[in-house]
Design a protein around this ligand. Structure first.
Ligand code: ADP
Ligand code: MG
Length: 329
């Protein structure tokens, strides 16, 4: 096949970077490594690959590229919402592509919307207050009613961006200050959630003939407590895969990972973050609708490896899922 590999154009991303500008350089390094590895995996399997960068005249270039399918690794390093906007452009161009459609990414990028869908599907997620449209005092009161400790998060960021030690709050004063910090730095109103003190996991799902959960990866956070951007890039978080878990708990988590992705309309592959409460009950924090694929760094390739799939086989499985889907259309 002739595969278009969709990648970010550095100058375009720099021009669009908003509050996450500080994280951009790191993202662009990861992007280059991700695409080199995906291109090598596709070439090894006999595909002709064409790099297509996401910048200004993208729709016309997509249509003119003459590719059979687009392998989409574009996660909007400059502006996260562009992940969904670019999927819209792919739909607009009428090209088959890997991963979820625009609506899936829009939903996944909004934690408050995702959580409402989880609840509608009977998927446990921590109690929360979406502070959109609420006056400060009303938001503090509503969130405090959940019970402390709470965590104050961005509604639409990812990778732990916006989280720091002061995000976990134990009093109404701390809550108000943490909300002010998020409201001052990000466009969307803060999301306040019950803080779950238990273990943390992430579960990849690969959609073959049916979606299958990959081995569970545990993030052993130690002193970090939460998986913030700083904890992530400092490399101080240990990982265990497969996570030591009782079989019934692992089965529940795998089942929830599949169902949470389906609830948002995910396709081909996705990754779901979990946290346990003090009693060991599992809750879904979020679905990553376009999981990273950088070898040695991203969680999905690590969990695929624990299932016996090397990076090339993972890329091939994602492609095969998208090809099967586009053949059915
Ligand atoms: N309700 C919660 N209780 C405890 N820790 C949480 C909670 N929500 C988020 N965290 C911590 O913050 C990290 C990032 O939150 P998450 O919702 O996954 O957003 P992101 O999109 O930034 O990854 C999680 O991996 C976890 O360590
Ligand atoms: Mg997460």
């Amino acid at each position: 096949m002739r595969i278009g590999l969709l990648a970010a154009a550095e100058s375009w991303e720099r021009a669009r970077a908003g509050p996450t500008a500080g994280h951009l350089a790191h993202s662009l390094v990861r992007l280059a490594a991700t695409n080199e590895a995906a291109a090598a995996a596709l070439a090894d399997r006999g595909h002709e690959t064409l790099m297509i960068t996401v910048d200004d005249p993208l729709p016309s270039r997509l249509c003119a590229a003459g590719v059979d399918l687009v392998f989409n690794t574009y996660f909007g390093p400059g502006r996260r919402q562009d992940q969904a906007n670019v999927a819209s452009l792919l739909e607009y161009a009428g090209l088959p592509f890997t991963g979820g459609g625009a609506s899936c990414h829009f939903l996944g990028l909004s934690k408050p919307l995702s959580k409402r869908l989880f609840l509608a599907h009977g998927i446990p997620t921590p109690p929360f207050v979406d502070t959109t449209g609420l006056a400060r005092a009303a938001a503090v009161e509503a969130a405090a009613a959940i019970g402390f400790p709470l965590i104050v998060k961005t509604a639409a960021e990812g990778e732990g961006i916006g989280l720091e030690e002061s995000s976990v709050v134990r009093t109404p004063d701390e809550l108000g200050r943490a909300m002010d910090r998020i409201a001052g730095a990000f466009a969307d109103a803060p999301l306040v959630e019950q803080f779950l003190p238990g273990r943390e996991f992430t579960v990849g799902v690969l959609d073959g003939m049916r979606p299958v959960a990959l081995p569970i990866l545990e993030l052993v956070l130690g002193d970090a407590g939460i998986y913030s951007y700083d904890a992530k890039v400092s490399g101080g978080v240990a990982e265990r895969c497969p996570a030591p878990l009782e079989e019934p708990v692992a089965r529940i988590m795998g089942d929830l990972a599949v169902r949470a992705g389906i609830a948002l309309g995910c396709r081909d592959c996705w990754r779901v973050d979990f946290r346990m409460d003090a009693g060991g009950e599992v809750f879904v924090l979020e679905v990553n609708t376009l999981p990273g694929l950088m070898p040695g760094y991203s969680d999905l390739p690590k969990t695929a490896e624990a299932a016996g799939l090397d990076h090339g086989q993972l890329v091939a499985a994602i492609l095969a899922s998208a090809v099967r889907r586009s053949a059915r259309r």
